[in-house]
Design a protein around this ligand. Structure first.
Ligand code: ZN
Length: 128
């Protein structure tokens, strides 16, 4: 994984285990496409965001860059479907989104819930 700024690496080193887990899965999927993911934001706040970054529960990964895109449409779909299936949430919120915010570049936004209970359906299927 590459960090756009050294401070983002420091933030990642200290972030909660659940966010680390999701980011590591994003990295694993990217590497399966021979792409090294670039984390562009973790704590950093931008105007009008939900505050999930400030809370240390979200990270952004580069896609649109320098007039093109890092990932193909097919790769994007695999990444989003795999991460959503591995980390489904009970509170109705997404674990990963591909979006543009405030007309900035398109990127992947990964986020985790404030409580681990939101992931309890990850183990329910094992006992049903
Ligand atoms: Zn974000």
């Amino acid at each position: 994984m590459i960090f756009k700024d050294p401070i983002i690496k420091d933030q990642f080193d200290r972030c909660c285990p659940m966010l680390k887990l999701v980011c590591m899965e994003f990295e694993r999927l990217s590497m399966s496409f021979n792409k090294t993911p670039v984390m562009t934001r973790l704590i950093g706040k931008i105007d009008g965001d939900s505050g999930v970054h400030s809370a240390g529960r979200a990270a952004d990964f580069r896609d649109e860059f320098d007039g093109g895109f890092v990932y193909t449409l097919e790769e994007r779909i695999v990444i989003i479907e795999t991460i959503e299936s591995l980390f489904p949430r009970l509170d109705g919120l997404k674990t990963i989104m591909h979006h543009s915010f405030q007309s900035g570049p398109f990127h992947f936004h990964v986020q985790v819930a404030p409580s681990i209970v939101a992931y309890s359906n990850m183990i329910f299927p094992l006992y049903s």
